[in-house]
Ligand binder design. Structure first.
Ligand code: B12
Length: 309
């Protein structure tokens, strides 16, 4: 994040453009640019790309991951974090509005009522929670929400997820063991939690370790649980190097196992091949493709682990 702030300021000064003019060019407030340059805020993916395009540098250069400022040929693969920014579905908008109005009980009732009537939990996750969380991020980024409102929204959503747990539909057969963690230093973990819950429905025995698990304990847990898959999540681009270091440490300790390591989270969304360069076996950018990815790594059916059922 510090590297981004320095690069941004340097690029702006070199181009002899004022904060206010840059702000107009990329569609944010002047104070937002000032916050970026003082390391107190970090842009979302679309804004990052807008800045990189404006200065005609690569994303990696802007983030301090490369010394070359040549633009990558990756624009075709651009993954928008929230393509439907202002087009939330009705239930998602309603849920968002209720929580922004402080109507937590009504927001919960909206969701619980829908689940009781048969809406699958994964639909609630991908059609209500994920878009509304991303909209909250956008509103925060554009100074339309303050940090307390954002915290209230995400805390309330996380608590509601816990209430949805009993509604997950688990098959009888167990496909394998799935361990998941957000990388050290990363505070974002709702997305990975969603994925882990849904994989229970897909028949995986899941162990979600939350944030900040020391690498040695993580390795211990992988051995103890006889994990088939480890999922590592990172949202902030400056955590990608840590993911790489942890993957390398795990590989050298567990070289004689079939463990697959998959990566995901917004830190990987904008650079299609980043996951390969950190030594992961796979990557997925959203809930549905993550489920598909995990299916590819299922142990062969004749190897299905009877000790887990
Ligand atoms: C809630 C939130 C927080 C909460 C997190 C609470 C929690 N318990 O997780 C708190 C308040 C802690 C927080 C802190 C910060 N945040 Co924040 N936060 C958000 C917010 C609003 C929602 C995150 C979320 O849950 N999204 C919904 C989930 C479902 O989406 P997801 O994470 O992408 O997960 C999906 C996929 O990526 C995938 N996936 C995820 N993990 C994995 C792993 C594997 C293996 C696979 C296969 C798939 C996969 O599956 C999920 C389901 O589809 C986002 C806005 C946004 N656009 O997301 C900002 C956002 C991510 N935060 C942002 C920032 C800048 C910060 C801070 C730096 C702010 C600050 N100045 O302190 C800190 C970072 C601290 C840190 N060290 O990590 C920026 C990041 C910008 C960027 N370019 O990356 C965002 C985008 C806000 C913005 N600017 O619009 N934040």
């Amino acid at each position: 994040m510090a590297e981004f702030a320095t690069r941004l300021k340097e690029l702006r000064k070199n181009k002899k453009i004022r904060q206010v003019d840059l702000a107009k060019e990329i569609g944010v407030a002047q104070t937002t640019i000032a916050n970026y340059e003082q390391h107190s805020r970090f842009p979302d993916e679309a804004t990052l790309r807008g800045i990189a395009n404006f200065f005609n540098v690569s994303l990696d250069y802007l983030l301090g991951r490369s010394e070359s400022n040549v633009v990558e040929k990756q624009k075709d693969h651009l993954v928008l974090i929230n393509p439907a920014e202002n087009e939330l579905s009705t239930p998602s908008r309603e849920y968002l509005q209720l929580l922004l109005d402080g109507e937590r009980a009504r927001a919960y009732e909206l969701v619980l009522d829908s689940v009781r009537k048969g809406t699958p939990v994964r639909t609630i996750y991908s059609e209500i929670f994920e878009p509304s969380l991303k909209e909250v991020g956008r509103l925060w980024e554009t100074n339309q929400l303050d940090i307390a409102q954002e915290h209230f929204f995400s805390e309330a959503t996380e608590s509601l997820m816990a209430q949805l747990y009993p509604f997950l539909r688990r098959p009888l057969e167990t496909k394998g063991v799935f361990v998941s963690t957000s990388i050290n230093g990363e505070f974002h973990h709702i997305g990975l939690k969603m994925l882990t819950d849904i994989l229970e429905e897909e028949g995986w025995k899941c162990f979600y370790l939350g944030i900040n698990t020391p690498t040695l304990s993580l390795i211990q847990a992988l051995k103890q649980r006889k994990a088939d898959i480890l999922a590592v999540s990172a949202t902030m681009p400056f955590h990608v190097d840590t993911v790489k270091t942890v993957i390398h440490a795990i590989r050298s300790e567990l070289s004689n196992t079939e463990l697959r390591i998959i990566a995901g989270g917004q830190a990987f969304n904008g650079s299609p091949d980043l996951w390969k360069s950190i030594g992961a076996d796979g990557f997925a950018g959203d809930l549905i493709s993550a489920i598909e990815l995990v299916k590819r790594f299922e142990p062969e059916s004749d190897e299905i682990r009877s000790d887990l059922a």
